[in-house]
Design a protein around this ligand. Structure first.
Ligand SMILES: *Cc1c(COP(=O)(O)O)cnc(C)c1O
Length: 418
């Protein structure tokens, strides 16, 4: 076969011609990934921070096996089932305020698409046309589908090139101080007539570089959105399910968004599932005798029973095991272990929020080289842009967390010391 002919599978965000070939994983357990050649890696990022309970948790596995034997899938049009009904009720009970109306989809990006569609259709249903844009924040990431991508940071290379195809959204800086607050206020006042919603990642802009902001900044965003009569969409796809130290990040700011998106850790890292949750006020704009006022969306695998069973089992674990305490303990360890790196000449900043630790370099390092060095040290850590980060399973053994922090400290010191 030619070199080209062997590349049967497209890889995510990868220039396949120059990238190192992927490592073959054959098994996972707890915070460990076993490779085909027998090596075992300690996972520092929990498969894009989905596997909050560690891999192969027996409670989730048992619930899925049971559901698999009973009914792995059935369509959701005209039918319903206990796993979805139960999950919807539990999410509504856990989420703050009147976030009671749950729309299930298959991935985070699609949950954002549904949130955007809800916001746009909300105004149509209220008889207001022309409100088709959203205000989003610089540094944000909301997914890879076209609508979600249009709300991502406008300067970020991967998305900029699709500009001609994307809807043009409005962008602002997060209101970290009085000047940015005044600017955001003015921007919203000027554009409210054409805006459908404001969308924000709560407390941390993940894929944009693990950029954290204090709860007051989120509270300011919520207050300004309300002042201008705009629904607030909270993208909690990264931050939901204890990653930032509270079950949902918006709780720390006392903010109840109008629409909230969940995915990543929803099934404890086992199945692809997402939820877009709306308040009763939003839902009521779709509740009508007019068929065309219904929300116009319906994925084939909507509310997949197997995924819902996994998510219910994951929620059981949040009730029966001390995930918030574990997140707090990880936060303390990350702070102690990573903070000294801030003194290195080549380190711009160290940021820790909940069970997220990030080290930002002053210049973008050779990422391929860094990735190789982490694997050589027996850890799975995937730097991107100018950051190295850890988002381990909340159940990670303390010895494994030590080894991750040691590996990050060593590789960052080799790269940014001197
Ligand atoms: C990962 C992520 C998404 C997209 O989710 P996918 O499941 O990859 O489509 C959207 N928003 C945020 C904040 C994310 O972290």
């Amino acid at each position: 076969m030619t070199a080209l002919g062997t590349h049967n599978l497209w890889r995510p965000y990868t220039q396949m011609k120059t990238a190192a070939p992927p490592l073959e994983a054959v098994a996972t357990r707890g915070s460990r990934i076993t490779l085909a050649d027998g090596r075992e890696l300690i996972d520092g990022i929990a498969s894009w921070w989905t596997a909050v309970h560690g891999y192969n948790h027996p409670h989730i596995a048992a619930a899925m096996a049971d559901q698999l034997a009973r009914m792995p899938h059935v369509m959701f049009g005209g039918l319903t089932h206990a796993p979805a009904e139960r999950l919807g009720q539990r999410l509504a009970a856990l989420l703050p305020g009147e976030l009671n109306h749950v729309f299930f989809t298959d991935s985070g990006s699609v949950a954002v698409e549904v949130a955007l569609k809800m916001a746009v259709q909300l105004w149509l249903n209220r008889g207001e046309t022309g409100r088709t844009r959203v205000l989003a924040f610089r540094g944000g990431y909301h997914g890879d589908t076209m609508g979600a991508m249009s709300a991502c940071d406008p300067e970020e290379g991967m998305h900029r090139r699709f500009g001609a195809y994307l809807p043009t959204q409005l962008f602002a800086d997060l209101p970290r101080g009085p000047e940015q607050e005044a600017a955001l206020d003015a921007l919203l006042a000027r554009h409210r007539h054409e805006l459908a919603a404001v969308i924000v990642e709560t407390l941390v802009q993940g894929a944009g570089g693990m950029l954290t902001h204090p709860p007051e900044v989120l509270a300011t965003v919520a207050r300004l959105a309300r002042r201008h009569g705009l629904p607030l969409i909270a993208d909690e796809i990264f931050t939901g399910f204890a990653r930032t130290g509270s079950l949902f990040a918006c709780e720390q700011a006392g903010v109840v968004p109008d629409i909230l998106c969940l995915s990543k850790a929803l099934t404890g890292g086992t199945m692809s599932l997402a939820a877009t949750v709306a308040t009763t006020e939003i839902f009521s704009a779709f509740w009508s005798d007019d068929p065309s006022a219904a929300l116009m969306h319906g994925p084939t695998f909507m509310a997949n029973p197997l995924a819902c069973a996994a998510a219910n089992a994951s929620l059981d674990l949040f009730e029966t095991e001390p995930r918030l305490d574990q997140a707090a303990a990880i936060a303390a360890r990350l702070r102690d272990g990573l903070a000294p790196l801030a003194r290195l000449a080549g380190v711009r900043e160290v940021r820790v929020l909940g069970a997220i630790g990030a080290v930002q370099f002053t210049v973008t390092p050779d990422l391929a080289d860094l990735k190789r060095r982490f694997v050589a040290r027996g850890v799975w850590v995937r730097p991107f842009g100018d950051i190295v980060y850890l988002t381990p399973a909340l159940t990670i053994a303390s010895g494994d967390l030590d080894r991750l922090i040691e590996a990050v400290a060593a590789v960052v010191t080799e790269t940014a010391g001197g």
